[in-house]
Design a protein around this ligand. Structure first.
Ligand code: AMP
Length: 301
């Protein structure tokens, strides 16, 4: 496994793969690797000849210095996980290259960034889109892998890839959860034992609202109330948002009535347990029932 720090060197290796007709799969991460990340790596391993994982804790997508500071990082463990998963190249991004002095260019997606995490974390998605653009330009992979755990991010990147003619096939993969339903996240490591127990309420809230929806409830207010009720029972939980949105546009349903259209209904939660902010979602679609499905991607098949 090659561990590379400079984009020029990464670019050369990726170019050599392309010349040799080796399909490259790319998994961008912030580090703190866990089963969620590894599910993307394994899928890339199955579908591609070579796999590149980037580890870059991008400061421009953090809106709080404390959150960045506290972000769990264990480079040795990450490299070992990559080795075990059969990764070919790990690209350790450095701020000096990605955000050099004098840097002035940003990539910004409009409407999709307005709701959910975009509303409460100004500049977050601009930071994500800018760094994903930089990474895609260096790596130029055949396929890039993202998780639906970050549904809004996946939608925004799909939009960006389609709008700006990126030559990449996006693969959006389902959320990996612990046995008790908590979506796996690097941030879970910062939860105390007691907070970790209470945090299962997020998965439960989504599941219960999903069942209500599947049972025919179409009033957005009733679905939100169900989610809020479950979350408020969890000790120490502060709800940032509970949302029920059209999955295709991430906009509210007119008249507060869900219409289950082809791409479905997104149920989404952001909640704090102590100092830790967790997000999760489920997609309800008429085709897949209460489930996460691999969305049709706009940047490729
Ligand atoms: P991050 O390091 O948090 O930026 O995540 C890197 C990639 O892994 C993103 O595409 C995430 O959506 C994805 N990811 C994170 N957690 C999970 C999970 N529990 N299941 C599936 N994908 C995930």
């Amino acid at each position: 496994m090659k561990i590379l720090k400079h984009s020029a060197e990464v670019g050369q290796w990726c170019e050599a793969y392309r010349k040799a007709s080796l399909g490259l799969g790319f998994v961008p991460t912030l580090g703190g690797l866990h089963e969620g990340h590894l599910s993307l790596v394994r899928q890339a391993r199955l579908e591609c000849d070579r796999v590149l994982v980037s580890i870059y804790l991008n400061p421009s997508q953090f809106d709080s210095a404390a959150d960045l500071e506290e972000y769990p990082a264990d480079l040795e463990a990450d490299l070992e996980a990559c080795r075990q998963a059969g990764v070919d190249i790990v690209f350790l991004g450095e701020q000096a290259e990605f955000l050099p002095e004098g840097f002035q260019s940003r990539v910004f997606v409009e409407k999709l960034t307005e709701s959910l995490c975009g509303a409460g974390r100004p500049g977050h998605f601009r930071g994500v889109c800018t760094v994903v653009t930089q990474l895609l330009h260096v790596v130029r992979p055949l396929r890039a892998y993202f998780g639906l755990k970050d549904f809004q991010q996946a939608k925004i990147i799909s939009r960006m890839v389609a709008d700006l003619f990126f030559d990449v096939e996006l693969r959006l993969l389902p959320t990996v959860r612990s046995d008790d339903g908590l979506a796996i996240s690097s941030r879970n490591r910062r939860l105390s034992t007691a907070e970790r127990k209470e945090a299962v309420a997020i998965g439960e809230a989504l599941q219960e609202a999903g069942e209500l929806l599947a049972g025919g409830e179409t009033r957005v207010a009733a679905l939100k109330e169900q989610m809020t009720g479950v979350l408020e029972k969890a000790a120490g939980c502060r709800v940032e948002y509970v949302e029920v949105l059209a999955a295709s546009s991430l906009e509210e349903f007119p008249g507060g009535e869900v219409s289950v259209s082809a791409e479905g209904v997104l149920l989404a939660v952001a909640a704090w347990f102590g100092e830790v902010r967790l997000i999760d979602n489920i997609l309800f679609s008429p085709v897949s029932e209460v489930n996460e499905v691999n969305l049709e991607t706009q940047g490729g098949s």
